[in-house]
Design a protein around this ligand. Sequence first.
Ligand code: MLT
Length: 383
Amino acid sequence: MIMEYSKALQKIPPYPFVEISRKKTALKKKGVDIIDLGIGDPDLPTPKGIVDAMKAAVEEEKYHRYPADQGSIEFREAWAGWCKNRFGIQLDPETQVQTVMGSKEGLCNLIRAFVNPGDKVLVPDPGYPGYKNGGTILTGGIPVEMPLLEENGYLPELEKVDAKGAKLMFLNYPNNPTGAVADKSFYKEAVDFAIDNDIVLCSDNAYSEIYFGGYKPFSVFEVEGAYDCAIEIHSFSKTYNMTGWRLGAAYGNEKIVAGLSKVKSNIDSGCFEAVQKAGIYGLENYDEAPALEEYEKRMDTIISAFKEAGFDVKKPKATFYVWARVPEGETSESFVTKVMERTGVVITPGTAFGKYGEGYFRVSITSSTERIKEAAERIKKLG
Ligand code: MLT
């Protein structure tokens, strides 16, 4: 049998973090002491209160059956309540909130609701790989990169973006991978752009709870006009160290939410309700990300240790990530491979996030301060 993969699947590369993980496993097998500053997957555990809420919920037989597709009304109300407290925004839990199995699933399925084969999707580059590959290309859409350049503070120049044929646009601030933030005036410009061009705006806000030095990220719905064109996707993964639990929420414009709900109800059967109960506990019991203080310490450590090792790094206002230029004479891939093979330190090449990531690497705060210092020391010795 030939078993030919679909044209769309053939067009996309393997998921970058799967590739990195494969290389990491191979080095581990050889006995290399790995320090993982690669994927944004917190090494810290999910808070005990959330784990206990899950344990109690698992015992309840009513949660053993199919969950409600849109998410339990209890979860959606808790989500709307959290958004009101945190961002001061109003959401109707009946019509404006949908649970998702993490941001990745939500944003990839959102594309299916709006994009026909040949339609364009505006994706930031560098940007989260799901926008382009698992989302747009697998749906038959055409990704159009919006370059995020250092000289523009890693914001796309909307006036230069060709909106013709575009159905959807992704924005992600606080930004993965650059750590950049945007202000509300930029989002107002983006909302106007989306409305003028009949483009659905998806704000990926997965990092809104990981912030430093007094900065506090906002929701797109704090900007006038956003309810007319936008959906926001949020995740429990980073805020509560819950990457493995696969829980998040998509919320905003009713028609956009309904489109996502329709796609999802035809593909999956919702998030396990015990996981939603655990999520509710998190929403109702923490005023901020439980590990925020530790993350700020780690961020400060990365900045001083990598400066000491000779890199020009700046502390971001938010996210898990430091984005820096590779040394002269190296490409993203050559540098990252050299670092990994010679020092056992895993970092991510800028090109994992698109062609405009060439010349950069990303470091994440997903190891202890001691290990971060050691990683920088090992890289420094590399010369
Ligand atoms: C990242 O490290 O950029 C992401 O969190 C990885 C992922 O979600 O797959």
